[in-house]
Design a binder for this molecule. Structure first.
Ligand code: PMP
Length: 396
């Protein structure tokens, strides 16, 4: 009798397209090649350095840490307190909050998704295009994923009316995923009026907002970037927030993040966190400690915190400079791309068909995913014009 081979029944999984792109870039021998694909911040020399504040915190930890014994599934309470103060401010929208440390922003989103499923939520609404992992995370826990068009790539504009109409028609109890700032992949920001309209519909329709907060401080500023989210928390009363420290502390591989729950009853929030913790316990037991210890050591120490605030500002200023140059250079080929200047964070989405993306890669060694998303921080300011000259003819 033939026994089936090990894992015979499984479906073959495709490698992650972005990781494939990184490998292709690495293997390209051309000296003028340029990587606009990878989603990490790059400085003017093309590096993703360890932040000075992080180095200082690691030095401090090396000198003072006395044990690497277990922490709990909830993680480090000092980290959770310090991060909440930094992200949400002292008032945190006038609501109570409770949080749990997670392995990065992805871990935070997955844990939040698990809680939505445990809470018998039916559906989550997501604007498209969005970060490639979003749909899969929510589908993985059995939630229905409803989508609406969020952004017109050709016009480089947010489709706020489509968004508001969808939220108007969503069923009470449904969840809504919102990116706090620096939208991935479009860079599109929402106005204060947009946020007020969104908050009003979420409140009147009884929806639950889940914020994906992965880029705070890389857009307009740390407080400005959170303002829309805080307004929604204030108006709606209940919310979940997945925070990633990957970009704002440049801690990518340390897997540092948190989920916070907001509401008016501490007992319900504690029950929510208890369920998150019990899910963590059966998944990975407890989150990795090092990144969170670094973040706590930065935020709790005024001089290290000041170094971090200054570095984050340097990153923001560099991104704004590249955006200014890119808006001018790309705007010559497609006038609406002048909006790159007012978009925020690392990403913008070019109107470029996938076959042209591949052609561009083959002919000019310019790498971006098939979606046409570019990481503006992948360019040096002085190279922007020549990169735009090469990309321009391929734009739709
Ligand atoms: N949300 C968004 C919008 C992102 O772009 C990313 C990272 N690319 C994440 C969440 C996940 O971040 P992390 O690396 O902390 O898991």
């Amino acid at each position: 009798m033939n026994t089936p081979a090990f894992f015979d029944s499984l479906t073959e999984q495709k490698p992650d397209p972005l990781l494939e792109l990184i490998a292709k870039f690495a293997a390209d021998p051309r000296s003028g090649k340029i990587d606009l694909g990878v989603g990490v911040y790059r400085d003017e020399t093309g590096r993703t350095p360890v932040m000075r504040a992080v180095k200082a915190a690691e030095h401090y930890l090396w000198e003072t840490q006395e044990s690497k014994s277990y922490i709990g599934p909830e993680g480090d309470p000092a980290f959770l307190r310090a991060l909440a103060l930094e992200v949400f401010g002292e008032r945190h929208g006038g609501r109570l909050l409770a949080g749990i440390q997670t392995p990065g922003g992805t871990g935070a989103l997955r844990l939040a998704a698990e809680l939505l499923a445990l809470d018998n939520r039916r559906k989550i609404w997501i604007g498209t295009p969005t970060w490639v992992n979003h749909q899969a995370i929510f589908a993985a826990v059995g939630l229905q994923v409803g989508t609406y068009r969020f952004f017109d790539i050709d016009k480089q504009a947010v489709l706020i009316d489509e968004m508001l109409t969808t939220l108007q028609d969503a069923a009470p109890g449904d969840a809504v995923l919102l990116q706090t700032s620096c939208h991935n992949p479009t860079g599109a920001g929402l106005s204060q009026q947009n946020w007020r309209d969104i908050a009003a519909i979420i409140a009147s329709n009884g929806l639950l907002p889940l914020f994906d907060n992965a880029y705070q401080g890389l857009g307009r500023g740390p407080i400005e970037d959170a303002a829309g989210m805080i307004g929604v928390i204030e108006t709606v009363g209940e919310a979940m927030v997945a925070v990633s420290c990957s970009k704002s502390f440049s801690l990518y591989r340390e897997r540092t993040g948190a989920v916070y729950l907001f509401g008016d009853q501490q007992a319900s929030l504690n029950k929510g966190v208890g369920n998150l913790a019990s899910h963590a316990r059966t998944s990975y037991s407890m989150p990795p400690a090092h990144g969170a210890a670094i973040v706590a050591a930065i935020l709790q120490n005024p001089s290290r915190r000041q170094v971090w605030v200054d570095e984050l500002r340097e990153m923001r200023i560099r991104i704004a400079e590249i955006r200014g140059a890119a808006a001018k250079a790309f705007g010559q080929f497609h006038p609406e791309l002048a909006n790159i200047a007012s978009q925020e964070g690392m990403f913008s989405l070019l109107p470029i068909p996938p076959e042209n993306v591949r052609q561009l890669r083959a002919e000019h060694g310019i790498y971006m995913p098939d979606s046409g998303r570019i990481n503006v921080a992948g360019m040096r300011v002085e190279d922007v014009a020549s990169v735009a000259e090469r990309i321009g003819p391929y734009l739709a």
